[in-house]
Design a protein around this ligand. Structure first.
Ligand code: DQA
Length: 149
């Protein structure tokens, strides 16, 4: 499968559908739709195409990672939310595909509760961008455009 595609999957895990109203003091006031809009605008400028999705189900994220590879996506931006800290299945899926995955978080989990310090996603990801609020997604997209990953 070609890696010259301009397609970037942006996969979002559990509870991120509630962004904007969910603990705004931690995650900010942007909704997931706001973030999708920002990413689409920037992607257009960078000559990339975004496919942005959200699910509350772990296995769906696994299926979408496989799909990203099958579709020849250039990269995946993955905010696996709480599954970041629990999911060996996601780590295995990231390792099972050759499509590079960038781990993304709005907050900086390393400065929060200890149970958030472990990241299975980070063990397989090509890069991690965290702690910049909604901008974390944009920084990750720039890394794809720059050929950093
Ligand atoms: C998060 C951080 C995770 O620890 C948490 O479970 C989330 C969101 C973030 O984007 O900051 O749901 O991934």
């Amino acid at each position: 499968m070609t890696t010259s595609s301009n397609l970037v999957y942006v996969l979002n895990g559990p509870n991120l559908n509630l962004l904007g109203m969910r603990e705004p003091e931690i995650y900010g006031s942007d909704t997931l739709d706001d973030i999708a809009g920002m990413l689409e605008d920037r992607a257009r400028e960078l000559g990339l195409e975004i496919d942005m999705r959200q699910t509350n189900h772990e296995g769906m994220l696994v299926d979408w990672l496989h799909e990203a590879q099958a579709e020849g996506a250039r990269a995946v931006l993955l905010n696996a939310a709480a599954y970041t800290h629990t999911s060996v299945a996601l780590l295995d899926a990231i390792r099972a595909i050759t499509t590079p995955v960038i781990e993304v978080h709005l907050s900086d989990p390393k400065t929060r509760e200890e149970f958030r310090h472990l990241s299975y996603v980070g063990m397989g990801a090509a890069k991690t961008v965290e702690g910049h609020g909604a901008k974390s997604y944009l920084i990750a997209l720039e890394a794809v455009a720059n050929g950093e990953i």
